[in-house]
Design a binder for this molecule. Structure first.
Ligand code: GLA
Length: 742
């Protein structure tokens, strides 16, 4: 890994064995983008990559030059209003009303490792040699606003981390109207845009389309990153597949309003911007103040989408997630939500937990409904004290009883919310986000606390930390069940109201930071009505997240497949629930529900007492299986093999680091009679290792399994030969491949 600055040509080259990122200081002092892609050898001069030419209807910067127009130059940090008509990375409104700025090179510094971003989640290094960071300082002469562009290249992988620090060194305040984290100008538009979109219970579906002139964007203006669009984009070449071809993934480490967009101009140049959504953002930068943008990650590969995803998985697993649980196999849990909803007593919970323990579960999680006057979603949020009518021994007493059973205990919170029917709201009616004289819209009868105010975050922290200190709590599910409306904070002046959405998220991060620091062994799972805020920002604090309220095994195929584009299996909350399923009312076999959920953190969202004896035995086997293989399932190298978006079958697999164990998940939605012979070409095995297939007993070398394929054909062909379990609809198999002696 190197960062080289060629003095004569004023060219920066960041490179490692996988990638090169090249830019130059241009004659106007701005930074020009020359190349981002597969590694190329370093040399003094790449300036030929900066293309300019005289074009009609173009505005030029210099009197006697009809070639230098920012409109046609690929840049690193484009500004608004001075010959470039595309959307800019930064826009600053000044006291005289002007929005023009001109950021020119001042200096740069190359440092080992990677700096922390104050108050914001970001990737990190554990040893200085893991990464190099280039900080380029630019300044606008008129406003004296300084922009520091941070670029980190890691020793391994095609990763570049970017963010921007804007500081006001001038005498007057300015307003940031747009402060994107990343701009990448690419020389052509021959890419397919691929996003992860959906809505509640249908998160992270893969949607793709070709790029055409104009702007294509995804984003959120809801206050949370949203079910609708994940802050993630892939640009892949039209012929790129899971196994081969070029792709660039863009991921924003942020949990609030965001925008990721691609603009194709008239000459097919492509500009990608990623950062905080400019529409809902304005930030007053007073003298001597600094604003730090969230971090954006770019991953380049020429080896297909699986490789791109694996790069993200490893980065987010090892250098974004933190703490005690980061590298640990996750406890198998039983959550009571779909088992009881709000209808439970202490005894009932103990009954559920006892049976869970018998089956091998390790952690019992008490979901919503344990606090204040919470007997439905109309009351109680904000009053984080046990409801003694339901839980006579309080949370500490219940936790003790669960621990006595030999289980760990976990608890649900929704810290950012309040019901008007709560003591907390009655004491602090002005602590919700709401605009004076306007309607206060609710979502699920709840209102959003004003986390832009420190005293509000403090008050919630006091309540939560008191319970965590008092009771044996090993896990917290941190929920967030509505988006922000009428965003306004009565604590901030009129000219700072544009900051509230971002300050809110900073408040959320602050609370997470305080709690995770004080209770380092507690496992946090983030949630927002399922995947409404499943993003890299959350992963920094909570190494796993509930990816969807939809627990139907068939629906989950798409959700987990899509989510895996960016996020590791160890981060995906996945549970087995009852049938008929509570979201789509479908009946799927118990083994299929477990076979889907085992590619995740794994747990049960039901009352095991309500299953038959036979089903309980099956559950015991599932749990024993999960305990044996979860390290490989959650932390192995993950490959997508067949897409649920393209057909009736889905397949994926995880391979252990030493390549001695692989688990292949194969799923078929509808049965088909007398169908074709089917086989799966596996990935990531060692060609010379000899593997035994647990399903068929067949032994093969890795090369056979990868190149000839593993047979998955249905032996029944519409009839039922003796000793064969018939395949049905919603069928699935897990094939365990383990190295054996030839
Ligand atoms: C959200 C979560 C669920 C559950 C309920 C409780 O919908 O996603 O898992 O915790 O809230 O109200």
């Amino acid at each position: 890994m190197h960062i080289t600055f060629h003095e004569n040509t004023r060219i920066f080259h960041l490179y490692n064995d996988d990638i090169s990122y090249i830019m130059t200081i241009m004659r106007n002092g701005h930074l020009g983008q020359l190349y981002f892609g597969k590694h190329i050898k370093d040399k003094e001069d790449f300036s030929y990559l900066l293309e300019t030419c005289e074009r009609p209807m173009t505005s030029y910067l210099y009197e006697n030059d009809r070639t230098f127009s920012l409109e046609h130059i690929r840049q690193e940090y484009p500004v608004f209003g001075t010959t470039d008509y595309r959307q800019s990375a930064v826009e600053i409104r000044q006291e005289n009303g002007s929005r023009i700025s001109d950021f020119t090179y001042r200096s740069h510094i190359i440092t080992e490792g990677k700096p922390l971003l104050l108050g914001l989640p970001a990737t990190y290094t554990e040893a200085p040699k893991e990464a190099l960071t280039l900080t380029v300082t630019l300044e606008d002469d008129v406003t004296k606003v300084r922009a520091q562009l941070l670029y980190t290249i890691f020793a391994k992988g095609g990763i570049v981390a970017r963010s921007v620090r804007l500081s006001n060194e001038g005498p007057r305040p300015v307003r940031l109207c747009r402060a994107m984290s990343l701009c990448l100008d690419l020389p052509d538009r021959d890419y397919v845009w691929q996003q992860l979109s959906g809505c509640w219970a249908r998160e992270c579906h893969i949607r793709s389309r070709a790029l055409e002139p104009g702007i294509l964007s995804i984003g959120s203006m809801r206050g949370n990153s949203s079910h609708e669009h994940n802050p993630f984009l892939v640009l892949k070449r039209p012929d790129t597949t899971e196994r081969r071809g070029e792709a660039i993934g863009f991921s924003l480490i942020y949990s609030g309003n965001f925008r990721i967009q691609a603009e194709v101009d008239a000459h097919d140049t492509l500009r990608v911007l990623a950062g905080i959504d400019p529409e809902t953002f304005e930030w007053k930068l007073d003298r001597s103040e600094t604003f730090q943008t969230p971090e954006a990650i770019m991953v380049y590969t020429d080896s297909g989408l699986n490789h791109m995803s694996q790069t993200f998985h490893k980065l987010y697993q090892k250098r974004l997630a933190r703490g005690y649980w980061r590298d640990k196999a996750r406890p198998i849990l039983n959550n009571n939500w779909e088992a009881t909803y709000f209808d439970f007593t202490q005894d009932r919970l103990i009954e559920i937990a006892s049976r869970a323990k018998e089956c091998g579960v390790e952690l019992f999680v008490l979901d919503d409904g344990w606090f204040g006057a919470r007997s439905s979603d109309r009351a109680g949020l904000g009053d984080w004290k046990a409801n003694k009518t339901r839980l006579p021994d309080g949370i500490a007493g219940l936790a003790d009883r669960v621990e006595d059973l030999g289980l760990k205990f976990g608890l649900w919170f929704e810290p950012e919310m309040v019901n008007k029917d709560s003591d907390f709201y009655r004491q602090h009616p002005d602590w919700i986000l709401s605009t004076p004289d306007r309607n206060q819209s609710h979502g699920r009868y709840q209102h959003v606390l004003d986390f832009s105010r420190k005293e509000v975050v403090d008050a919630i922290y006091e309540q939560m930390s008191a319970i965590l200190r008092d009771a044996k709590i090993s896990y917290i599910k941190w929920d967030m069940n509505r988006s922000i409306t009428e965003c306004y904070s009565s604590a901030w002046p009129a000219d700072r109201q544009g900051e509230i959405y971002h300050r809110y998220i900073l408040g959320v991060y602050d609370l997470y930071e305080r709690l995770t620091r004080e209770f380092p062994k507690v496992l946090f799972e983030s949630c927002a009505s399922g995947g409404g805020r499943f993003d890299p920002g959350m992963l920094y604090y909570a190494p796993q997240g509930w990816i969807s309220d939809n627990s139907d095994a068939v629906e989950r195929l798409k959700i987990q497949y899509g989510t895996s584009m960016c996020y590791p299996v160890s981060s995906m909350g996945t549970h087995v629930s009852v049938t008929p399923n509570h979201q789509v009312f479908r009946n799927t076999p118990l083994h299929t529900r477990a076979n889907v959920a085992c590619f995740g953190t794994f747990g049960y969202e039901l009352d095991l007492n309500k299953l038959t004896q036979e089903e309980n035995e099956e559950v015991k086997e599932q749990i024993a299986f999960m305990k044996k293989y979860r390290k490989v399932l959650q932390f192995g190298t993950f490959y997508r093999l067949m897409s649920p978006f393209e057909g009736n079958e889905t397949a994926w697999m995880a391979v252990s680091e030493d390549q001695k164990t692989a688990l292949v998940g194969w799923y078929r939605v509808l049965n088909c009679v007398n169908g074709r012979y089917t086989r799966l070409r596996l990935e990531g095995l060692n060609p010379s290792y000899y593997y035994r297939n647990s399903q068929s007993g067949v032994c093969c070398f890795g090369d056979e399994l990868m190149y000839a394929g593993m047979i998955t054909s249905d032996e029944t062909a519409g009839q039922l030969p003796p000793d064969i379990t018939p395949y049905t609809d919603f069928e699935s198999r897990i094939y365990v491949l383990e190295v054996t002696e030839p």
